[in-house]
Design a binder for this molecule. Structure first.
Ligand code: SAH
Length: 244
């Protein structure tokens, strides 16, 4: 993954967030993937309020402490709640349209920049928050060491990552509980996506879903201790990786 930001004409999700905020409604986002049937996503999902949060999200927001970095903050929904709770948060996203919406909604410290851009972001944080399958931003398994090194540069001593993901193993499970995975192919949680909004498609991108065991293995090699803080209803979980 590069360290660029998105062009306005190549950002279907940001456009949808912008329209939903300015017009009070937006068309559905179409989601394409070589691994799944075509799907749609409702933009209201990206604006869920405090009372609509999942247990995983509630737990993450409760645990976040010190100076917080909300990575891929989207509409700013989590940052706004953290601010309301008196916490200190910086929200970043590669979508200029989303960042504009965040600022208009009252996120005090919102910046359009890429997590991987070292020159644009060199502050230190106590908590790095990645939510809504936050592990997606890692892209591919092979990028985990690079991701964790980048996170380490951004963390104060003793700092932590709070990140949610899902174990896609359920896609490969048979009724008798056995699993069909081709060990010679890519890791089963590596997915590609492309989004479309109002007839305009964005670029394809890689999005990683990762099981806790695999994530822990890499994180421990990289100097983090790992915990599951919360489990969701369907193979999803909230991980806490603490720098030791
Ligand atoms: N966390 C938000 C939005 C999730 S969608 C929520 O829960 O509502 C993922 C977001 O990550 C998108 O807005 C996308 O633009 C942003 N993003 C993707 N890669 C990024 C990167 N490398 N750095 C910063 N933001 C990124």
């Amino acid at each position: 993954m590069g360290d660029n930001i998105l062009k306005i004409e190549n950002d279907p999700m940001g456009q949808a967030i912008y329209d939903y905020f300015t017009e009070g409604k937006a068309s559905q986002i179409k989601v394409y993937s070589s691994m799944f049937d075509d799907d749609t996503m409702s933009v209201s999902e990206l604006f869920k309020s405090r009372k609509e949060l999942s247990e995983i999200e509630k737990k993450a927001l409760m645990e976040a402490k010190g100076r917080i970095l909300d990575v891929g903050a989207g509409s700013g929904r989590h940052s706004l709640i953290l601010q309301e709770d008196g916490k200190s948060v910086k929200a970043i996203d590669i979508s200029p349209l989303s960042v504009e919406v965040m600022k208009k909604r009252g996120v005090k410290d919102a910046e359009c920049l890429n997590l991987y851009d070292k020159s644009a972001l060199n502050e230190k944080f106590d908590t790095i928050l990645l939510l809504m399958n936050g592990s997606g931003i890692i892209g591919k398994i092979s990028n985990i060491p690079n991701f964790l090194n980048r996170i380490k540069e951004l963390l104060n001593p003793g700092g932590m990552i709070l990140m949610d993901s899902s174990d896609l193993i359920y896609l490969y499970e048979n009724e008798d509980g056995s699993v069909d995975i081709d060990l010679n192919s890519n890791y089963y949680g590596e997915v590609d996506y492309q989004m479309e909004y109002r007839g305009k498609k964005g670029a394809k991108f890689d999005w990683l879903y990762i099981d806790f065991y695999t994530l822990s293995m890499y994180a421990e090699m990289s100097g983090f201790s790992t915990d599951i803080l919360e489990k969701g209803e369907h193979y999803d979980y909230l991980a806490k990786l603490t720098l030791i």
